[in-house]
Design a protein around this ligand. Structure first.
Ligand code: AG3
Length: 283
């Protein structure tokens, strides 16, 4: 029997991959990291038993988590990425020519190093961009001591277990809120709504106390199993989430770069949530 990697995110259900070859496996200072090769998904990275990214489907998540807030904002100059060590979000953020500065705060240097080595197309040279600056630090420590303002903050975290847990707390969200410019947007990885609905509810209730507009947008990422992923949205400008398709289309055309999942129609549609999620948010 071929050796397999079985994800441990859910107790009674999960996904498993045939491991063609283990490329790297180690306990880093912060978590267990494995990178292996799978015939279907290419290189796969898992942290503490949970799949984080694969070569084959990473574009879905990275494009959506970066471009939805960025095109909604329309003139993003300063961006903060929390987590995101593999560089996929960074690559997408830097496609916007309005961007002058990007700071990425990643807790685990090993994720950055192994990302560059085994997922070179995730960062695609983005770490060498002169606009980029890397901070190896816990995201909460960073945000609570930060005085800079960002137009968009993206939290590309793990699930709320292990080192990622603090990135789902009110303390962290409050710190993000304080670090946003007036029309600033906070967007975070918030789990798969069908499987992790409590996480969606909890974040919504925390955002309610902080943001005039709080909602979620979705992306169907094959390796985040169980349906679509919910990405959170927190902003004080009610208009930015409701911009007409024409406005987003104009901005996208002007940006003049290509995407594989994101497009203006998907952008607008992504804010439509299934009724069971809407109900969960109104309880
Ligand atoms: N971080 C989000 C992984 C979420 C997995 N969770 C899940 N399947 N519920 C990905 C990091 C990629 N840059």
């Amino acid at each position: 029997m071929a050796k397999r990697f079985t994800e441990t995110l859910y107790n009674t259900y999960g996904q498993s991959y045939v491991i063609d070859e283990v490329l790297f496996e180690n306990r880093t200072e912060h978590q267990h990291l494995i990178i292996f090769k799978n015939d279907q998904f290419g290189h796969v990275m898992a942290l503490d038993g949970i799949v984080q990214t694969t070569e084959k489907d990473e574009f879905v998540y990275h494009e959506m988590l970066a471009h939805v807030p960025m095109f909604a904002h329309g003139n993003v100059k300063n961006v903060l990425i929390i987590g995101g060590g593999d560089g996929g979000i960074l690559r997408e953020v830097l496609k916007h020519s309005s961007v002058e500065k990007v700071t990425m705060v990643e807790i685990d240097q090993a994720v950055v190093d192994m990302g560059i080595q085994y997922f070179p197309n995730h960062s695609a040279g983005a770490f060498d961009d002169p606009r980029f600056n890397l901070v190896i630090q816990d995201g909460v420590d960073f945000i609570l001591n930060n005085e800079e303002k960002f137009d968009v903050i993206i939290s590309d975290s793990t699930d709320p277990e292990g080192p990622g847990e603090v990135l789902f707390t009110s303390r962290f969200y409050q710190g993000c809120k304080n670090s946003l410019t007036e029309n600033g947007i906070l967007a975070t990885q918030n789990g798969v709504c069908f499987m992790q609905l409590d996480e969606v509810k909890t974040t919504y209730n925390r955002f309610k106390k902080l943001f005039t507009d709080r909602w979620f947008f979705t992306a169907a990422v094959p390796t985040y199993i169980g349906g679509m992923m919910t990405l959170s949205w927190g902003c004080d400008n009610l208009e930015l989430r409701q911009l007409p398709l024409e406005t987003i289309q104009q901005r996208f055309d002007a940006a003049n770069f290509t995407t594989r999942y994101y497009n203006p129609a998907i952008h607008v549609a992504a804010f439509a949530l299934p009724q069971y999620v809407v109900n969960a948010l109104s309880d």
